[in-house]
Ligand binder design. Structure first.
Ligand code: FE2
Length: 463
């Protein structure tokens, strides 16, 4: 029996195969570019390695791309055939891959979590469980998963820094910024390639409204993170969010064109970055030119692909804003058909489409129609149902902004006033939010409050 770099027994033809497996997992942890290449190396060295097939199956599902998910079934078939010769842990991985392929995402995380109870150093189960909890918006589960594991790790165990990074992000998304920030910073100190940990810190700074710190944080690690894979684009997107709140719109456009949407991309993180940023800019009244069209072009090829509701919301935004209303409506109809199809019984995301995806997508289309009253009607309730869409609080915020924007556009001034009171309480350092609040207060006749909000906005934007 061979062992992986953390000492877990692994069924393989040779140590070289195990080393290739470890290298591939490492590349995944560092959001590297070469994960696919390394997968091929495993296949070359040991095509019958159970964990190699599981890894391939997992990797084919991670990006939520239809052309890849088809391949995950092939990996599953091979892994299932090999499973009887495997250890209990390896057999559980095969079952987890089967559950994922069947669309039972919470069944999948349950299996990984059961592996982690007995094998807390199973880095692959750890990182994938972290990923899928996040995908599902299962934030307490994401936090608790890492809390259970932390005491079982120590600095001398390979990959310790990555574990700190996951812990940091799980705390951040649960609002514990004070605990999250030093852990994320520590992880980056251990290994500057740990872009996920760096991202956790970027989120803390975003949620605390520390825009200058956010820009400085990304600037100071830019050289290292540029060498990471596509995920680096998402970090540039985070920095652009800081520019946006400082009303440095030229810097936002520059980042858009030269850093995170330099050319049309099929990658979902790229699409989400681009679509969400253009939507924010559009709602602020900025002219984004023809930038929607290259995103919409890709999204139009995915009308009937129902893999991740969160991504689909960004597709619907791009299609709607590019004037392809029919395509956007067709996508929502496809979501409905997906939910009604008996074959999707037990498929986790069907519930998410039903409860959150379809309402939010309809609100996006209504927003495109300038039917702002309808947006308000939908989003009043839907805003509190959005967490299962997954993604981060910072990402889902685009639809909260859309709700407030619609209330303003529909001259529902008292509602807008109430929502902006709530938003300034949560984001007291956002200059643009105070500015909008001041305009709304003036419309409501609260001129003294409007003056004070205007002064706050001016002070924040001058800082
Ligand atoms: Fe993020």
């Amino acid at each position: 029996m061979h062992h992986d770099k953390r000492g877990l027994p692994i069924t393989a033809a040779s140590q070289a195969a195990v080393d290739a497996f470890d290298a591939s997992v490492d590349e995944f942890l560092a959001s590297g570019r070469d994960a696919a290449l390394l997968l091929k190396r495993i296949a070359d060295v040991d095509p019958d390695m159970i964990m190699g097939q599981c890894l391939r199956g997992y990797f084919m599902r991670l990006p939520s791309l239809a052309r890849l998910t088809a391949q995950s079934h092939d990996a599953l078939a091979k892994a299932e055939a090999l499973a009887p010769a495997g250890t209990d842990r390896e057999q559980k991985h095969v079952k987890a891959l089967a559950a994922w392929c069947a669309g039972d995402l919470r069944g999948t995380t349950a299996i990984w979590e059961s592996i982690l109870v007995d094998h807390p150093h199973d880095m692959l189960a750890l990182r994938l469980a972290h990923f899928l909890h996040f995908f599902l918006g299962d934030l307490p589960q994401m936090r608790d998963s890492m809390a259970r594991l932390m005491p079982r790790w120590a600095p001398d165990i390979p990959g310790y820094g990555y574990v700190l990074g996951c812990r940091a992000f799980s705390l951040e998304e649960n609002g514990d910024y004070a605990q999250a920030e030093p852990l994320g910073r520590k992880a980056v100190e251990i290994n500057e390639n740990d872009i996920w940990a760096g991202h956790a810190v970027a989120h803390v700074l975003e949620m605390q409204g520390r825009r200058q710190d956010g820009i400085k944080w990304v600037d100071s690690h830019e050289d290292a993170w540029r060498e990471r894979g596509i995920f680096a684009h998402h970090i540039w997107w985070h920095r652009a969010l800081c520019y946006l709140e400082l009303e440095q719109f030229d810097a936002v456009m520059n980042a858009y064109d030269n850093q995170f949407w330099t050319e049309p991309s099929e990658d979902n993180t790229d699409i989400c970055n681009a679509s969400a940023m253009l939507m924010r800019l559009d709602m602020l009244g900025l002219d984004v030119g023809d930038r929607w069209s290259s995103i919409a072009e890709v999204c139009a090829t995915r009308i009937d692909e129902r893999l991740r509701p969160f991504n689909d919301m960004h597709y619907v935004m791009a299609l709607t804003m590019d004037g392809r209303r029919d395509d956007a409506v067709a996508m929502v109809n496809s979501m409905r058909a997906f939910c009604e199809d008996s074959a999707t019984k037990g498929v986790t995301v069907a519930d998410t489409y039903r409860n959150a995806g379809i309402p939010v997508a309809e609100a996006i289309i209504a927003h495109g129609d300038k039917n702002y009253a309808r947006v308000v009607d939908i989003m009043r309730g839907a805003r509190y149902e959005m967490r299962p869409l997954g993604g981060s609080w910072a990402q889902r915020d685009v639809w909260v902004r859309m709700f407030i924007h619609a209330a303003i556009k529909d001259n529902q001034n008292e509602l807008a006033r109430a929502l902006l009171a709530e938003r300034t309480a949560a984001n007291p350092t956002s200059g643009p939010t105070w500015k909008t609040f001041a305009e709304t207060l003036a419309k409501c006749g609260a001129s003294a409050d409007a003056d004070s909000a205007r002064a706050k906005a001016a002070a924040l934007l001058a800082a």
